[in-house]
Design a binder for this molecule. Structure first.
Ligand SMILES: C[S@@+](CC[C@H](N)C(=O)[O-])C[C@H]1O[C@@H](n2cnc3c(N)ncnc32)[C@H](O)[C@@H]1O
Length: 208
C-alpha cells in the first residue's frame, strides 16, 4: 500500500465505515459466529477488523495475517489486550500453510476486509480461503472491484495491481468455483464495492 492508502485505511472514517456500515451488512448476511469459533483475518492491516471479529462477530480466537510487517506491528499494539485470543503473523494470504501452518478445514470463519484486490494472484487467495474453511464455515468479504480500480481517482491516489482485476460477478463466480455457496451479497456505488458472505457446504449427513 502506498502512503495515501495507508493513511486512509488507518483513519477514523475507515473505522466508522467498518463499524457502522460493513459489520451490520455482514451480520445480516452471515450472522454471528457459533461460540468457540476460530476465525482468520487475511490482510488485517492495523487490526481493527480483528477487534470487530472478536467483539461483534463473537469469535473465540482470531489468527490474522498481513504481508506488511509494519501493519502487523500496529495490529499488535491495538490487539494486545486480547492476549492469546489473537495470533498475528506476517505472511501471505496466498499461502496460509507457510504463514500460519493452516491445515485444511481449520477455521470456522475467514474475514476479508478489502484485501483480495491487492493480491496479484487473487484466485490463489480465494483457493486458500476455501481450503482452510471448515464445512459450514463462513467467508465474510468486503471488496473493491475492477470498476472502482479503473476510476481515475483510484489510479491517481492508490497503487494496486492492474492486471486481471475482478468484477463483483467474477469474484462471486470464483467462490462458487471453489465449492462455496453465496449466502448473500450486494454491490455499492455502481458496482465499485462488493460485500457478502459465502459458506462452505456441509457434506450430506454432517453437522455444522
Ligand atoms: C486496503 S488494506 C486493508 C487493511 C484492513 N483489512 C482494513 O480494512 O483496514 C490491504 C491490506 O492487505 C495487505 N496485503 C496485501 N497483499 C497481501 C497478501 N498477499 N497477504 C496478506 N496481506 C496482504 C496489505 O499489507 C494491507 O495491510
Amino acid at each position: 500500500m502506498n502512503r495515501v492508502e495507508t493513511a486512509m485505511v488507518t483513519s477514523p472514517p475507515r473505522r466508522w465505515l467498518q463499524h457502522l456500515y460493513e459489520v451490520p451488512v455482514l451480520l445480516r448476511f452471515g450472522g454471528r459466529l457459533i461460540p468457540g469459533t476460530r476465525a482468520l483475518e487475511i490482510g488485517c492491516g492495523s487490526g481493527y477488523g480483528s477487534q470487530l471479529i472478536l467483539d461483534r462477530f463473537g469469535a473465540a480466537t482470531v489468527d490474522a495475517v498481513d504481508l506488511d510487517p509494519a501493519m502487523i506491528h500496529r495490529a499488535g499494539r491495538r490487539l494486545a489486550r486480547y492476549g492469546d485470543r489473537v495470533r498475528l503473523v506476517q505472511g501471505s494470504a496466498t499461502d496460509l500453510r507457510s504463514a500460519l501452518g493452516a491445515d485444511d478445514e481449520s477455521y470456522g470463519a475467514v474475514f476479508d476486509f478489502g484485501i483480495v484486490h491487492h493480491i496479484p494472484d487473487w484466485r490463489a487467495a480465494i483457493a486458500e480461503v476455501a481450503r482452510v474453511l471448515t464445512p459450514g464455515g463462513r467467508f465474510y468479504f468486503e471488496e473493491v472491484t475492477a470498476h472502482a480500480l479503473a476510476r481515475p481517482t483510484y489510479q491517481r491516489l492508490f497503487d494496486h495491481p492492474t492486471d486481471d482485476r475482478f468484477t463483483a460477478d467474477q469474484f462471486l463466480d470464483e467462490l462458487v468455483r471453489h465449492g462455496l455457496e453465496v449466502l448473500g451479497s450486494l454491490t455499492r456505488i455502481q458496482g465499485d464495492y462488493l460485500l457478502g458472505v459465502a459458506a462452505k457446504p456441509i457434506p450430506a449427513g454432517g453437522d455444522r
